[in-house]
Design a protein. Sequence first.
Length: 253
Amino acid sequence: MKIRMTIIAAFAIFLGLVGPAFAASETGHALYFSANRDFRQGNFEQAAEKYESLVKSGRAGGDVYYNLGNTRFRQNRIGEAILNYQRARLFMPRDRDLVHNLRFALDKRLNPPDSLAEEARKGILRNFTDREAFGVFAVINAAFFLALALRLWMRREWTYYLVAALGIAWISTGLFAGAMYWDSRTDKACVITAPKVEVRSGPSLKETVLFTLNEGAMADSERQESGFRLIMISPDKRGWVPARLSPKIRPEA
């Protein structure tokens, strides 16, 4: 009897934990399809609000960011479109439609500065996701150690070449995965989302205006203070902007 009650209690707890997760998933799907419907009907602000809700709930993937970017582009909010396209690239960096739309949005900017942050996003690392890099390394890692064990058990010539080849692949993919990890940890790029932002000498609206940036400009975020963000366009071009108008591409935890 006790065993039966224990099983029933455990099952009830399982339903209590999993049930809300299923409900949340179904709610997320319903909201996503509702946003897509609003977009097709030209209700861009309603669509954007629903996509933003998915982002805030932590249920956003590349498709949500991509659709949100398309929505903002239709609203002529170029900075926000670029921000969300760049976020979508973190999930699906080689998607042709995404790459095309991002380039088109970048071309719509007014006098974009030569930014180190923007140049960094053109490197080979940006063509892969973190999951892809570590997934390949995990497979090569397993294959290498299996081949090494086989070599210890079977001293054939071909096992030597197999271990050597997999060893080279293991080192290469390990270095690449390490570079991807370092890049994700040091990526501080942000995007100006307001039509025009004044860059000041300090974290206050009372500070001197050094220069202005138009929406869609990209920079590296150095730190935040009093609601302002210290950004760097280049080593000799730095200043403070409101943090809410310069969100990071990699969403902050």
